[in-house]
Design a protein around this ligand. Structure first.
Ligand code: PEP
Length: 251
């Protein structure tokens, strides 16, 4: 049985005081949630959030890493640095990184490897654009994003990865994939993984991301292959994020 996981991607949002309020609101109602919960603040607030989550079941993740161990990479942060700050997870290959910062699937594979080498679980984001879906290219795009990661990681390493299917057209647009559309792609990802390792395919957590909110979460989580959510906008409001976490009960 896979455990439900809900991950909040705060992106480049928040201030010291708004983050204190958000964390206090989350922690006050945490007992009502049975899913795993991860929050991914901007790097500069990781230490502040670490102070809040001590003694709670909330985990913390970075939003990106550089795959090098260290060196002359101004502005970058390594996996080891995130681990030092108490991160257990890191987002890799978010569509905003791929489109705005030119990350390739090969870069993403190296980031997965680097994070696992420091004990951090990569949340590997994949997803197609609107045009690619309209052209019937969704499966090809997902495959092209997964294969470089498969090539780099052996089965044991792959089993530790979390995958997030995030159709680019649904991120921050208010347009969610229908539960069936999402489940079809999740099933395809599982089937692709099964060709490498059946056990990993059955056990890996595959999250859906793209305008998840309190109203659509229950239906999405009701689908067989959807194990949780990667949440952007709605994760910035404690009540909305908690409602999604409460809905994340897998049956
Ligand atoms: C995201 O940024 O990963 C995301 C899914 O954003 P939103 O929930 O706002 O669509």
């Amino acid at each position: 049985m896979r455990k439900a996981l809900v991950v909040g991607n705060w992106k480049m949002n928040g201030t010291g005081s708004s983050i204190d309020l958000l964390m206090q609101g989350l922690i006050a109602q945490l007992a009502s949630c049975s899913s795993g919960i991860v929050v991914c603040p901007p790097n500069v607030y990781l230490d502040q959030v670490r102070g809040h989550i001590e003694q709670t079941t909330i985990s913390m993740g970075g939003q990106n890493i550089d795959w090098h161990d260290n060196g002359a990479f101004t502005g970058e942060v390594s996996a080891e640095m995130l681990a030092d700050l108490g991160c257990d997870f890191v987002l890799v290959g978010h569509s905003e990184r791929r489109t705005l910062f030119g990350e390739t699937s090969e870069d993403v594979a190296m980031k997965c490897e680097a994070s696992l080498s420091k004990g951090i679980i990569p949340i590997l984001c994949v997803g197609e654009t609107q045009a690619q879906r309209q052209n019937g290219e969704t499966q090809d795009v997902i495959t092209s994003q997964l294969v470089p990661v498969f090539d780099k990681l052996d089965s044991d390493a792959m089993a530790k990865v979390v995958i997030a299917y995030e159709p680019v057209w649904a991120i921050g647009t208010g347009r969610t994939a229908s539960p069936q559309q999402a489940d079809d792609v999740h099933a395809f990802i599982r089937q692709t993984l099964a060709e490498k390792d059946l056990n990993t395919a059955n056990n890996i957590q595959i999250l859906y991301g793209g305008s998840v909110n309190a109203s659509n979460a229950v239906e999405l989580f009701g689908m067989q292959n959807i194990d949780g959510a990667l949440v952007g906008g709605a994760s910035l409001d404690a009540a909305s994020f908690l409602a999604i976490c409460q809905a994340a009960v897998l049956v």
